[in-house]
Design a protein around this ligand. Structure first.
Ligand code: KG4
Ligand code: ZN
Length: 340
């Protein structure tokens, strides 16, 4: 059956809405990012996030309908992220979606945010199953073995910090601000990705990740260089541009090495995987993308990454998952909760 789906996403710091149809695919993918509002605090402030979602929700939904040249009457299904995420932020999207579904008599589908990321690379390209999916964002770092739409198994996850968090926290540590990923990549590129400091790559030999040790290693290396004060948590050489570039470049290469190592191991464990999808905010990183593409090509596998708009949090991926769930007949009702 054909469906026109309105997707809604408010799990963290993006208020997003999108329209996806069976016949035409993704028609709109609108976003209001709160990033600037949180940047002054060096990270996302939940209370500020909820408040901004409330202000922007209705406007973004209308924007998504307008951009898709659709009216509320044309919509069959409302798909909304219901977990995981910041509770106060999820509540705004879920309550809005429920109210809209009830008032306009539409079907409702709750979508897991991580399932959204896992299938985000499928929104505008066909990927053959089974494939491996590396999801890396500010909140999550997990490897999935994906066998069909809605069928996936987590085969490795971070034990502590997410990869994006490592970029963000180390960026903050050396005064480069939030979000860390883009600025670290830019500085690393300026010296052509030299590994100056050989930060530790981690020793565990399974498919799990750990980034908190890396953060600590960078900090102690800075202390040793006389560039960081542990008790006041301050970077002591704010004008030392050379050191910032060297930290950024070493970190960039180290994180790419960690991904490459784990994914090579995952391909060994799942030899029938035909491709790799690299998704989430960290997948905006061109250097890591290129490294992973080369790794996949060397094994005769394909490597897919979504366009940047579908990498970071967005409602396009939520509408897409909502669409295949509708086709599978998996609908939610008004008891949809952010807890289960
Ligand atoms: O998916 P996303 O928008 O939000 C979460 O669900 O967390 O990801 C945001 C994360 C941030 O940690 C940011 O530093 C990282 O994605 N990021 C990058 C790049 N662009 C964004 N990390 C590495 N390189 C980039 N170019
Ligand atoms: Zn996300």
């Amino acid at each position: 059956m054909d469906y026109t789906v309105l997707g809604i996403e408010t799990s963290c710091d993006e208020t997003a809405a999108a329209v996806y149809t069976t016949q035409q695919g993704l028609l709109s993918n609108e976003l209001y990012t709160q990033m600037d509002m949180h940047a002054v605090y060096g990270g996302v402030v939940p209370e500020v996030s909820s408040r901004l979602h409330m202000q922007k929700m209705k406007i973004i939904v209308q924007q998504a309908l307008d951009a898709a040249h659709k009216k509320m009457d044309d919509i069959d299904v409302i798909a909304v992220t219901h977990k995981p995420g910041l509770p106060g932020s999820l509540m705004i999207g879920v309550s809005f979606a429920k109210g809209l579904a009830l008032g306009a008599q539409k079907k409702l589908i709750g979508v897991n945010h991580l399932e959204g990321h896992v299938f985000s690379a499928c929104v505008d390209q066909d990927i053959s199953f089974p494939f491996l999916c590396m999801t890396a964002s500010g909140g999550h770092t997990s490897l999935y073995y994906v066998t069909d739409y809605g069928e996936y198994e987590c085969v490795g996850s971070t034990r502590d910090d997410a990869a994006g968090e490592a970029f963000d926290k180390i960026s903050k540590m050396i005064g480069l601000g939030y979000p860390g990923g883009p600025v670290i990549e830019k500085l690393a590129r300026s010296v052509n990705f030299i590994d100056y400091f050989s930060y530790p790559r981690g020793k565990n030999t399974d498919l799990s990740f750990s980034f908190s040790g890396l953060k600590t290693a960078v900090m102690y290396d800075l202390i040793k260089k006389g560039a960081y004060n542990l008790s006041t948590k301050t970077f002591l050489q704010p004008d030392n541009e050379e050191l910032k570039v060297q930290v950024a470049s070493s970190l960039q290469v180290c994180i790419a090495d960690i991904f490459e190592q784990k994914i090579a191991r995952a391909f060994l464990q799942y030899p029938d995987a035909k491709a790799l999808a690299f998704v989430g905010g960290v997948a905006c990183n061109r250097y890591i993308r290129d490294r992973l593409s080369k790794l996949a090509a060397a094994q005769n596998k394909q490597c897919f990454a979504p366009s940047p708009r579908l990498c970071t949090d967005n409602a396009g991926m939520i509408a897409f998952v909502g669409h295949y769930k509708a086709q599978q007949g998996h609908f939610s009702d008004q008891t949809l909760s952010i807890l289960r």
